[in-house]
Design a protein around this ligand. Structure first.
Ligand SMILES: NC(=O)c1ccc[n+]([C@@H]2O[C@H](COP(=O)([O-])OP(=O)(O)OC[C@H]3O[C@@H](n4cnc5c(N)ncnc54)[C@H](OP(=O)(O)O)[C@@H]3O)[C@@H](O)[C@H]2O)c1
Length: 245
């Protein structure tokens, strides 16, 4: 198949490109560094010429509320319009499990807006929602750090290896469009406070993790189901311990 990966130079995009090439597909990774800017639309028509599948694994350089909303709205509109012009048969996008359950976060509101545009866009689609990547655990800790203390709730996360996300996306990209949403999560749910303690121990990070169930996750309170995928989710194989090891 002829597959274009928008954001093909990113954490997921690089691994997805490799997997799809290994499976024998013609893959074009595209991003601003190769002259393709989804936010402005620059280079999209040329990049999508002849594409059967488009996979959007871009991410916003800024997580500030207005900037991230502008990024996902503008890039998704341009990508859908260019996909329709090119006759793309399957539009795949990566989103986050539980996005609508984290309404006080501008980032999650932007992901919900991205998903709504895709549903209404008229191009056959699949939205794959993933849980938090292992690589994202340190940034989560950083946001809640004050001095040498990190205050975190005990609500669970079900983190996943980026390699498992890329593998799930590689399968989705060559299947028929679901015209709906699928979920993928890590193999185990772990309270966020305990999870970051584990990461700190393995990384010899001296910061103290204080359990605080009033502490927010990117501005929102989270509970036991907020960031956990539903019963039908595909599960990755790589555990946090394996990733840390
Ligand atoms: N982090 C998590 O825990 C998590 C969990 C679930 C889902 N997700 C989703 O996963 C997706 C991919 O995340 P990631 O960590 O792989 O991202 P990443 O490593 O930050 O990579 C972002 C990619 O987007 C490209 N890009 C940036 N601005 C662009 C633009 N204007 N036009 C086209 N491409 C642009 C970058 O290109 P350059 O290299 O040229 O700058 C890069 O290839 C995101 O949509 C995110 O919401 C993340």
């Amino acid at each position: 198949m002829n597959i274009v990966i928008i954001g093909g130079t990113g954490l997921i995009g690089k691994q997805l490109t490799r997997l799809l090439e290994q499976a024998g597909h013609a893959v074009t990774p595209a991003s601003p560094s190769s002259g393709v800017n989804a936010v402005t639309g620059e280079g999209l028509d040329a990049a999508l010429a002849g594409a059967q599948v488009v996979v959007d694994v871009t991410n916003s350089p800024s997580f500030e509320d207005e900037a991230v909303m502008h990024f996902f709205r503008s890039s998704t509109r341009h990508l859908l319009e260019a996909s329709a012009r090119a006759g793309v048969q399957h539009y795949v996008a990566l989103s986050v499990v539980g996005s609508e359950r984290v309404p006080d976060s501008g980032y999650f509101r932007a992901k919900v807006a991205q998903e709504a545009l895709i549903r209404a866009g008229g191009v056959p689609f699949t939205i794959l929602r993933a849980t938090q990547f292992h690589e994202f655990l340190m940034p989560i800790a950083q946001v809640n750090t004050e001095g040498e203390t990190v205050r975190l709730p005990s609500a669970p996360l079900q983190p996943i290896a980026s390699a498992d996300v890329a593998a799930a996306l590689a399968d989705v990209a060559v299947q028929a469009p679901a015209n709906g949403m699928l979920e993928v999560g890590g193999p185990e749910a772990v309270p966020l406070d305990a999870l970051i303690r584990r990461v700190f121990q393995a990384r010899q990070d001296a910061r103290e993790v204080v359990t605080d169930d009033q502490a927010r996750y990117f501005g929102s309170r989270i509970g036991k189901d907020t960031l956990i995928p539903g019963p039908g989710a595909r599960l990755g194989a790589i555990t946090v311990a394996q990733w840390l090891g």
